[in-house]
Design a protein around this ligand. Structure first.
Ligand SMILES: C[S@@+](CC[C@H](N)C(=O)[O-])C[C@H]1O[C@@H](n2cnc3c(N)ncnc32)[C@H](O)[C@@H]1O
Length: 263
């Protein structure tokens, strides 16, 4: 009998597949044609579901993640693609020199979906990604801006009340940490939430990083309701109102997700 967490893993995988097919792929196709010759690289691939619509089109896909258990799951879910050499799923840090040497200039599309907010020193990381692009290659980012109601990822807390309060992640670090400790959160969870607090990726900072990297924003979309809330909360995805997308700083508080393609 399948264990509950196995079923949950499959549910998570299926949601990644559906989200990628319905939102990520059409978004990328606004600026990039996808053919069977397109090479795709996902950083933070987790269960690998985001890659499935690309694999179905015959693209050669590489996915890396730092979490061994998630890489094992991805290799299981994508086993037929892995067996025929179409998917390459690796437990790997892309800063490793051997990885850079092997994959320098190898990819047409790089995907970071819900990952950039976990990565430290994004000012160095975004330009570093350019090393892996083929000429004309593009990078997709999807992330929740730091100041959105749950931009701290506090929903991952096991204690109900701290997982349901919006915006308290904006408190000064010691206070925020104090609240999490008082609620009895695990040290590991607190460490992860503090790491996200340190990265604090906002719409404005992300756009500044892109500009400084010498790349251009090719297309962007801001969401009032994140497409993944369809699966999490049964909410219909909604684009942000045009007028709000133009109000710097304030827009971060009411925008639950942003998509960008840069190149
Ligand atoms: C919120 S999950 C997103 C997974 C998937 N991209 C999706 O959209 O469902 C973030 C993933 O990024 C991975 N991750 C975080 N920092 C990373 C890094 N520097 N390199 C590779 N993976 C990373 C984590 O292990 C985790 O599996």
């Amino acid at each position: 009998m399948a264990l509950k967490q196995h079923l949950d893993d499959k549910v998570r995988f299926d949601q990644q597949v559906d989200n990628s097919r319905t939102y990520v792929v059409p978004f990328i196709e606004r600026t990039k044609t996808i053919t069977a010759d397109t090479t795709v690289f996902e950083v933070g691939t987790a269960e690998g579901g985001v890659l499935v619509p690309f694999l179905e089109r015959g693209c050669k896909c590489t996915g890396v993640d730092l979490a061994p258990e998630r890489i094992d799951l991805a290799n299981g879910f994508l086993s037929s693609y892995v067996a025929d050499g179409k998917a390459n799923i690796l437990l790997k840090n892309i800063y490793d020199d051997d990885f850079l040497q092997q994959y320098k200039g190898a990819f047409d599309i790089i995907i970071l979906k819900d990952v950039i907010e976990h990565v430290p020193d994004q000012e160095a990381f975004v330009p570093y990604l350019k090393n892996f692009l083929r000429p004309g290659g593009q990078i997709f980012f999807g992330f929740p801006p730091w100041y959105m109601p749950f931009g701290g990822h506090q929903q991952i807390c096991r204690t109900k009340w701290v997982s349901k309060i919006p915006w308290y992640h904006i408190l000064p670090r010691p206070l925020y940490k104090g609240v999490l400790k008082m609620a009895g959160e695990h040290e590991i969870t607190i460490k992860e939430l503090m790491e996200i607090k340190d990265t604090q990726i906002t719409i404005e900072r992300f756009e500044r990083i892109v500009k400084a990297s010498g790349m251009k924003i090719l297309y962007k979309e801001h969401f009032l309701i994140n497409p993944i809330y369809k699966y999490k909360f049964g909410l219909q995805p909604r684009r942000q109102l045009g007028v709000i997308t133009w109000i710097p700083f304030f827009r971060n508080f009411v925008t639950t997700c942003v998509y960008y393609t840069i190149g």
